[in-house]
Design a protein around this ligand. Structure first.
Ligand SMILES: C[SH](C)CC(=O)O
Length: 267
């Protein structure tokens, strides 16, 4: 079929993101599972991946990227996931909030707010899309917090102010986590008086920072599958406060103008 040469059309390259992302490990596994020997997974960053997607899409050229939901790219472009009959990418999972042990004692109000923090992919998409449209993340977060006062108030109800206490939130520059971390920072600062520093790191150092206590919290743990290796590596050295978002998805994503439908079609 015309797409038999899809490998040639994209130089047998899959445009990936930062090497520490679980999505990259799962994609390397998918290449093995589907026996895609002559394919190369290109490492880079979330921003480089969306830039490559934008360029190809505007030129209506074929491209295969590692993608995930929630992500603003699904609102901006007409995209589809390649089906994954062998289940290399696991099932839909959640994003969890993970904090350093001891936080509940050191910053009880922040701990309680982080424990209550939970929102939907649609709510996250509002902040993500505003950032993708050029708004500063802190402005997009502040606007969302203002527009969703009832939900935010429930996160901080009856919690004491902790004026000026410092807090460090670790995150990786994935579009979803830029959105969620900025919203959490805004709420902790505006409603509970904390001084919040955001530490942008790779996935490994994010987990390591929580485990060694150099970071207080992160809302970027993709569990149970995607960050399984980090979960095992740091077992016992963090507290998992459970999901802050349900209904994620990961996989290979292509523009809908490409006729391939499954990872099998890349053979
Ligand atoms: C890229 S997803 C937001 C998370 C991950 O793959 O580690």
């Amino acid at each position: 079929a015309s797409d038999a040469s899809v490998g040639d059309q994209v130089k047998h390259e899959i445009i990936g993101i930062d090497p520490g992302a679980g999505l990259m490990k799962q994609t390397a596994q998918a290449l093995k599972d589907y026996d895609l020997k002559d394919w190369k997974l290109v490492e880079g960053s979330s921003a480089a991946m969306t830039a490559a997607l934008d360029k190809a899409y505007k030129a209506k050229k074929p491209i295969i990227v590692t993608g995930w939901t929630p992500h603003w790219m699904f609102a901006k472009y007409d995209l589809k996931y390649l089906s994954d009959p062998k289940g290399s990418y696991g099932q839909d999972e959640q994003i969890h909030t993970v904090v350093r042990t001891g936080l509940s004692k050191d910053a009880p109000s922040a701990y309680a707010m982080l424990d209550r923090f939970e929102w939907t992919p649609e709510e996250m998409a509002v902040v993500m899309s505003a950032v993708a449209d050029g708004k500063k993340p802190e402005e997009a977060a502040a606007a969302w917090v203002k527009d969703n006062a009832a939900k935010v108030d429930a996160w901080v109800k009856d919690l004491a102010q902790d004026n000026g206490k410092k807090l460090k939130l670790a995150y990786v520059a994935w579009d979803s986590e830029i959105a969620s971390t900025n919203v959490v920072k805004t709420v902790l600062e505006q409603k509970l008086g904390y001084t919040v520093e955001m530490l942008q790191v790779e996935a490994g150092p994010m987990w390591a920072g929580i485990a060694d206590g150099s970071a207080d919290a992160m809302v970027a743990a993709w569990l149970p599958t995607t960050h399984q290796d980090y979960l095992e590596k740091y077992k016992g050295k963090f507290e998992d406060l459970g999901p802050n978002l349900n209904g994620t998805k990961l996989g290979l994503v292509v523009p809908s103008y490409m006729t391939i439908a499954s990872i099998e079609d890349l053979k």
